[in-house]
Ligand binder design. Structure first.
Ligand SMILES: C[S@@+](CC[C@H](N)C(=O)[O-])C[C@H]1O[C@@H](n2cnc3c(N)ncnc32)[C@H](O)[C@@H]1O
Length: 216
């Protein structure tokens, strides 16, 4: 089976950036668990601490987190079109182009990292690499919160959101295996929740929300 295809994924989100925002900009309104875990996370991170939102897409999670007025939040994504759109939609927030597999952000610069459904195209090799990047970017005691689709196998989509040429493969991940990589990276598991999808609002897959801490 082919591995993670960064070029294909970037092109998929570049092509579908506007349509993605039409579908998902207000999705948190219908996701009470996601809202509550982001709010709780924002309370765990020191009020002036820098937080990165990796794979931020159109920036709605970045803006939601910033709305608690507690952190400096920077939304990061490797899709330039998504970042251009996020800047237009949320001009008060900061957004930059960055690849979470080899980030340009300063080591030890962040008190927190969130990444909502950002690792959904990764194989375990990229999951492991990304966890290593997050560990490098976080200050000791910092937290990361990320989510993904739970399961096995893949789902390849040819015309994502009916956009011609927008192709990508989504990968379902095993929570214990992801946690194994997190622990071998050096993270301490803080909270792990698997939830069922919200009927009619989400793809019918189980989801995991993981909070890890870098030891002090
Ligand atoms: C399923 S979308 C999730 C977007 C947003 N976080 C949300 O919850 O709607 C996955 C996002 O991850 C980004 N992405 C995928 N691989 C990436 C990488 N290596 N570095 C940075 N962003 C990446 C994509 O461009 C896309 O915006």
């Amino acid at each position: 089976m082919a591995g993670y295809n960064a070029r294909e994924v970037r092109r998929c989100y570049d092509l579908s950036a506007d349509e993605y925002a039409k579908h998902f900009l207000n999705e948190l309104d219908g996701k009470p668990y996601d809202r509550s875990v982001i709010e709780r996370f924002s309370q765990m991170v020191p009020s002036r601490g820098l937080v990165y939102d990796f794979g931020c897409g159109c920036g709605h999670t970045t803006n939601f987190l910033a709305g608690f007025g507690r952190q400096t939040v920077i939304g990061l994504d490797f899709s330039e079109k998504s970042i251009e759109l996020a800047r237009r939609l949320f001009p008060k927030n900061q957004f930059d182009v960055d690849d979470m597999l080899s980030s340009h952000m300063e080591p030890g610069s962040a008190e927190g990292i969130i990444a909502f459904y950002a690792i959904v195209h990764f194989c375990y090799r990229e999951v492991e690499k990304t966890l290593g990047e997050w560990f490098r970017l976080l200050k000791p005691g910092g937290y990361c919160l990320f989510s993904f689709h739970v399961g096995r196998g893949t789902l390849s989509v040819d015309n994502f959101l009916d956009i011609e040429g927008a192709c990508a493969t989504w990968r379902f991940l095993n929570t214990d295996r992801v946690l194994g990589h997190a622990e071998s990276t050096g993270f301490l598991p803080y909270e792990v929740v698997e939830r069922y999808p919200y009927a009619d609002a989400e793809h019918p897959s189980k989801r995991a929300y993981v909070i890890l801490q870098k030891p002090t």
